[in-house]
Write a protein that binds this ligand. Sequence first.
Ligand code: S3P
Length: 177
Amino acid sequence: MKNIVLIGFMGTGKTSTGRMLALRLGRSFVDMDRRIELECGMSVADIFARHGEAFFRRKEREVIGRLAGCRNAVIATGGGVVLNRENMEQLRKNGIIICLTACLEAIVERTGRRPTRPLLNRPDREEFIAGLLAERAGLYAAADFCVDTSNISPRQVVEKIIAFLRQGGPKHGRGQG
Ligand code: S3P
């Protein structure tokens, strides 16, 4: 069976939703950021600080390359995987792409809880998020199905994704949940 690949901006709930979805479907769960952290032996924040963003993006591409043979998994990606077209082509080959979205307020609130995201450790955090969201919106919208998580729990997001998969997945064009 195809992988289920969760994409979306930081703070849209890819990790918590992905873990829950994998449990519900009896699939294995892969969190790309955690995998990179394990391989590098340090946090994403430390990778950015010590080696820079370009090094992190290279690691992302490597992990996606290695996931090419993976089947039947739920994969939570980092928010920036969409920046590289080849990343998405590879993930799409063997995956159904589900995008989690959230309004600016929800993202600002959720990502403000912990300082673990190096891109967002800046005084103009809110404007920066708004700009990055606008820049990336088109890339996220290219998913097979989108779920707005602003006002619903990860459990409800999981239900929407399962309903989409039950009605046949991505064969009727792009959907909105
Ligand atoms: C990033 C998102 C982060 C992490 C890194 C860069 C991005 O993952 O990969 O900090 O460019 O959007 P989450 O989306 O899981 O926070």
